[in-house]
Design a protein around this ligand. Structure first.
Ligand code: AMP
Ligand code: TRP
Length: 330
């Protein structure tokens, strides 16, 4: 029995990391058995910040599909597709843009923040498309009449706006869309190797597709309790990034490791070695699947093409209703 319909998307804007996996994708994987799910690689959204240099776009899309599939997102259970393969996203976005007041878009907090953040990096993104980012997100979601949207907390203002746009459409024409609700992941924010939030923009990430040797190298660079200088100093695991990872990847042994750190019975080098081996073991199946899939780009392409066909079926039905509700000439 399906509990409802889900839509979610991720931008193919670089290498997927463990924070994306534990904070978002793992949540999707847990939902795939209970909901009817549409998961989209949102390349049109990525263009809002990468339009000046799109040379990596194809590669990024392929890598994201590889990450999703190797993590266990099942193309039989879910509709997995590329946003730009289904032109109805662009069409509905245009229609919604006619009824979305500029003031609603201008007051979205992420709009101003990102404008400033990317502006500081010398990127010019103050475009028409960037301002309309949440309108395109709304089109994504309601094209499939999704009622549930698994996202991170940072996306809540966008969903609030989506509900306002839906209410406006339903009032102006005919109530055909449900108001989408956010479904927050329970996972907390994963730190990167420097202790700040794991993020591509900080360069502190652990790539999800990392090989065992890459994993070991990244763990070796993790910061530990800065007060603990010598092995004989007692440590505080609660401020240690390595310990945060032990809690996730080495749940059974982590209480013991914490106690030994507090008593200066285990050194950071040893502690990191143990963690690295736990992470290598925990991610080994995913890594093997990824290596296997990397050899089959045609198979990945087929999954995306087939996914787009299935998405298009639902999207076409919605667009017929929208055109009718808006009295567009049939
Ligand atoms: P982004 O890479 O910022 O586009 O994020 C894609 C998804 O991964 C969003 O749902 C984020 O909330 C989630 N995410 C990104 N970084 C982290 C992190 N360090 N810890 C947990 N979740 C994250
Ligand atoms: N803006 C989302 C992010 O950066 C990605 C996204 C695009 C999305 N369209 C969506 C998420 C629709 C949920 C629903 O994470």
């Amino acid at each position: 029995m399906s509990k409802g319909r889900i839509f979610s998307g991720m931008q193919p804007s670089g290498r997927f990391h463990l924070g994306n996996y534990l904070g978002a994708l793992d949540n999707w994987i847990n939902l795939q058995d209970d909901y009817e799910c549409f998961f989209s690689i949102v390349d049109l959204h990525a263009l809002t910040s990468t339009f000046e240099n799109t040379s990596r776009m194809r590669e990024n899309v392929l890598q994201m599909a590889l990450d999703w599939l190797s993590a266990g997102l099942d193309p039989e259970k879910n509709v997995i597709f590329l946003q730009s393969h289904v032109p109805a996203h662009a069409e509905l976005h245009l229609l919604l843009s006619m009824m979305t007041p500029l003031s609603w878009l201008e007051r979205v907090p992420t709009y101003k923040d990102k404008l400033q953040q990317l502006g500081d990096m010398g990127k010019e993104i103050n475009t028409y498309g960037f301002l309309g980012y949440p309108t395109l997100m709304t089109a994504d979601i309601i094209l499939y009449k999704a009622d549930t949207v698994p996202v991170g907390e940072d996306q809540l203002p966008h969903l609030e706006l989506s509900r306002e746009i839906v209410r406006r459409f339903n009032n102006l024409y005919r109530p055909i869309f449900p108001e989408p609700q956010a479904f927050l992941s329970k996972a907390s924010v994963l730190p990167g190797i420097d202790g700040r939030k794991m993020s591509k923009s900080y360069g502190n990430e652990i790539p999800f597709g990392a090989s065992p040797d890459e994993l070991r190298a990244r763990v070796r660079l993790m910061i530990t309790d800065p007060q603990r200088i010598r092995k004989t100093d007692k440590g505080d695991p609660d401020v240690c990034t390595v310990y945060t990872f032990h809690k996730i990847f080495n749940q059974e042994a982590c209480a013991g490791i914490g106690a030994r750190c507090r008593n200066a019975e285990i050194g950071c080098v040893d502690c990191k070695k143990q963690l690295a081996e736990c992470m290598v073991a925990a991610l080994s199946d995913i890594h093997a699947r990824r290596q296997d899939l990397e050899k089959k780009p045609e198979y990945i392409r087929e999954i995306l093409v087939h996914g787009a066909e299935r998405a298009q079926e639902t999207a076409s039905k919605t667009m017929a209703e929208v055109r009718d509700a808006m009295n567009l000439f049939a």
